[in-house]
Design a protein around this ligand. Structure first.
Ligand code: SF4
Length: 338
């Protein structure tokens, strides 16, 4: 026997997004490319955090890593070389309700995009920036990048790279307003996932450098690290990453760390020999530009048209329309008087 109609309650379950919803096109990276692992960890994060696909945006520049937005089942913007960060900042300042992620290669971020990188750290807007660092330009076929190790032979350095490679971690940690810096290697999925998740949960600009294999152009680059897991130094802190038992058995080199200590983070980032992984620095109290500069309310289409018309009219030339402004106004007056 059913109860009274008034007792009926229509309960609509909240929509659950499963992993498939975050999967876009089939990835076309080379077999064994480390970008595949970064993609898998990111899709898992989106599922676990239940990010609404229609409120999530992946922004990229140009390069192999920049294909990332195509492979996500979210919104995306595949932009210009080196310009992923200002594009992402534009999205965030106008639509603070969106979750914004940025995927850049080392050429993209550390070479042509360097100025944007510096100011993105300083502005500390809420987003996750992933640096896929394979130490080479892959898409454009094997040119030296700022992170290519000294002595490495590439298409543009046939006798070996002559400059010492730059360190994106120490560089980022030296920028005013830095608020989150972490490092992971893509071949340890447990660690990678936790680092990306911590970056997502951080309030501010979270910079994650991910050492990424490029088997096509740098087939032996990380061989030593892969065969000597003890050279990977896991940073241990109460608020750091917590490795699974299985991962912890393989990666036994631990270093006590304090993620609130900027000087310590800089020291660890510059460590020679061992590769530090985990959260190097975290400071959620740094002001965020997108919170300091609240966007104006969104215009209706009619309002937007009126504003645009007014802006265009300032620069229009209207022969015979005496008194119509052109630029500062003086030029138009001279033309109409002539
Ligand atoms: Fe990946 Fe290198 Fe192939 Fe690019 S060239 S898809 S980075 S393996």
């Amino acid at each position: 026997m059913f109860g009274l109609k008034s007792e009926c309650v229509l309960k609509v379950d909240e929509e659950f997004h499963d992993l498939e919803e975050y999967q876009g096109r089939v990835a076309r990276w080379c077999p064994g490319c480390g970008d595949n692992g970064i993609l898998a960890a990111t899709q898992r994060l989106c599922r676990d955090e239940q990010l609404p696909p229609e409120k999530t945006v992946f922004v990229s520049g140009i390069g192999c890593a920049a294909r990332f937005p195509h492979y996500m089942g979210t919104y995306g913007f595949h932009g210009l070389h080196g310009r992923a960060l200002p594009t992402a900042q534009g999205v965030k300042i106008r639509r603070p309700d969106l979750k914004v992620f940025v995927n850049m290669g080392d050429g993209d971020c550390c070479s042509i995009g360097t100025a944007h990188w510096i100011h993105a750290v300083r502005m500390n807007m809420n987003m996750v920036a992933m640096l896929h660092d394979n130490n080479i330009y892959g898409l454009t076929k094997n040119q030296v990048s700022p992170t290519t190790p000294k002595g490495m032979t590439t298409a543009t350095t046939p006798h070996g790279s002559v400059l010492r490679e730059m360190n994106p971690l120490t560089a980022t940690l030296g920028i005013t307003n830095v608020s989150f810096v972490a490092q992971a290697v893509e071949w340890v999925p447990d660690l990678l996932y936790q680092v990306i998740r911590a970056a997502y949960q951080h309030k501010g600009f979270a910079f994650v450098r991910i050492l990424q294999r490029c088997p096509h152009f740098m087939p032996t680059l990380f061989d030593s690290l892969l065969s000597n897991p003890d050279d990977i130094m896991v940073l241990d802190s109460d608020d750091g990453v917590k490795l699974s038992e299985a991962t912890a058995k393989v990666y036994k080199t631990r270093e006590p760390h304090d993620t609130a200590d900027l000087n310590l983070a800089r020291e660890v980032a510059g460590t020679e020999g061992k590769v530090p992984v985990g959260i190097l620095y975290r400071n959620a109290s740094v002001p965020c530009y997108d919170e300091l500069r609240k966007p104006a309310r969104l215009h209706t289409p009619e309002q937007a048209r009126t504003v645009l018309d007014r802006a265009f009219d300032r620069f229009g030339i209207f022969p015979g329309a005496s008194g119509t402004r052109h630029g500062t106004g003086d030029e138009t007056d001279r033309r109409t008087d002539a």
